[in-house]
Write a protein that binds this ligand. Structure first.
Ligand code: SF4
Ligand code: SF4
Length: 436
């Protein structure tokens, strides 16, 4: 049986910093090169199906999915494969990558055709062919996620976008409402799901208004306004806030009849069903105090980060000390500026040394704020104590495995302790001990 957790905690109030939210998306020109790591998803890396010297077109399959949890990778440019090399993927693993030199013509592959979808099986096959993964940053293959068991009666659309700075989903709602609607209709129809709730934080009134207008005539579809509390978009938190259902410890959303999709993900489903163009571009919020022109940019997947930064401009007098892929709470620091935009990239934050500086850390004052703020009702300070003693039994009792590395505990800690990093170490330790 699953254990239920107390989830009274409320997360944290974080600054929005969404200065680009009102800016129309700008399409970036074809880059000088495209680097496609064969792992842009949770699961096994793809197998390259092209070799050096091959010609590829927009929409050409270059990496074939491997195993049950994987997603195809397609070229977003026409050009020539210049190398198959090894690169570090976002997961940290070294994986093969297909490097393409674009010809600038953007010729579309004749294989790109709208799929014929008539039932659940052909719908899931189409989503698999799209190469789609969770675009909120999780990277879980969408076709796998949508293969839900019977009993799932609600799809929750995650439009919270609770991370500071990020506005990619906001722009999707304001610019591509029709694709979102088409995607929601397809998911509900082919998976026989009766209800849909679109959850949007109340700091996006234009999105709430746009989506409410768009969806008001749709049977079973509602828009739910959520408080602006980080991490409102965390899957379990979102399910509880939108449906009142609580996913049990160790359980899945489907255990409470729910499947969750990011709002841009569902929009890409709508576009793919209409056009057959697989996932080859990504909207990225480019921001941070070192960026000259912060904006939302539609980028061809595989474009090196330094080309995106050059497109937006960097301030001459503010050297970039840290480049973060994603938001400041859950994003990861990129090892180099050559790192390409991948499917999961929703933000690039270029920070100065001042903005990136870590505050001085003090001793834990046992204030309990990390416990009050944890959205999953965990007790980070107690978990840290159990980890220091290498007490696996206590760690398991404290449900360390549930931690989702959201960063809220670190954010609220007045002593500026690296609480989230300790959670990560404790979680990995407990996992390894369980495997012994
Ligand atoms: S990082 Fe983990 S322990 Fe910290 S607030 Fe988030 S879920 Fe809770
Ligand atoms: S918030 Fe920081 S100082 Fe307070 S109990 Fe947690 S770790 Fe200790």
């Amino acid at each position: 049986m699953f254990k239920k957790l107390k989830r009274a905690a409320l997360g944290a109030s974080v600054p929005h910093e969404k200065a680009t939210a009102a800016m129309q998306t700008v399409k970036m020109p074809v880059p000088g090169k495209v680097v496609l790591p064969m792992q842009q998803h949770i699961g096994e890396p793809c197998t390259p199906v092209v070799k050096k010297g091959d010609t590829v077109l927009v929409g050409t399959l270059v990496g074939k999915a491997n195993g049950a949890v994987s997603a195809n990778i397609y070229s977003g440019v026409s050009g020539t494969v210049s190398a198959i090399e090894t690169v570090r993927a976002s997961s940290g693993a070294m994986v093969p990558a297909v490097v393409i030199t674009p010809d600038g013509n953007q010729t579309v592959d004749s294989a790109v055709k709208a799929p014929v979808v008539t039932d659940k099986a052909s719908f899931l096959a189409a989503v698999q062919d799209c190469g789609l993964v969770g675009l909120g940053g999780a990277g879980f293959p969408t076709a796998v996620k949508l293969n839900v068991p019977s009993g799932v009666d609600t799809v929750v659309i995650n439009a919270a976008e609770c991370e500071p700075y990020l506005a990619a989903d906001t722009r999707e709602m304001l610019e591509n409402g029709d694709s979102i609607l088409a995607g929601i209709r397809a998911v509900m129809k082919y998976l026989a799901i009766k209800n849909c709730v679109v959850g949007i934080e109340n700091n996006k009134p234009e999105c709430i208004e746009t989506m409410t207008r768009l969806l008001k005539a749709e049977a079973g579809v509602t828009v739910k306004t959520l408080p602006s509390r980080y991490p409102q978009g965390a899957e379990k938190v979102l399910i509880e806030k939108t449906t009142g259902r609580e996913v049990p410890q160790g359980g899945l959303p489907s255990d409470v009849g729910v499947v969750v999709l990011n709002v841009t993900t569902v929009s890409v489903i709508g576009k793919f069903l209409a056009t057959g163009m697989p996932l080859t571009t990504k909207r990225v919020t480019v921001a941070g105090d070192a960026v000259q022109n912060p904006q939302n940019v539609e980028v061809i997947i595989g474009t090196p980060a330094n080309e995106v930064l050059a497109f937006c401009g960097l301030k001459q007098d503010v050297p970039v000390a840290k480049l973060i892929s994603g938001g400041p709470m859950m994003g990861v620091a990129l090892p180099d500026f050559e790192h390409p935009v991948v499917k999961q990239t929703n933000g690039l934050l270029a920070l100065s040394a001042k903005a990136a500086a870590k505050p001085d850390m003090g001793p834990c004052i046992r204030c309990g704020r990390c416990i009050d703020a944890c959205p999953l009702g965990l007790a980070p300070v107690q978990i840290a104590g159990a980890f220091n003693k290498k007490d696996v039994e206590a760690l398991n009792k404290l449900c360390v495995d549930l931690c989702m590395m959201c960063g809220t505990c670190s954010y609220v800690c007045p002593a500026k302790r690296p609480v989230t990093q300790v959670m990560s170490l404790a979680k990995n330790f407990a996992k390894k001990e369980a495997q012994k």
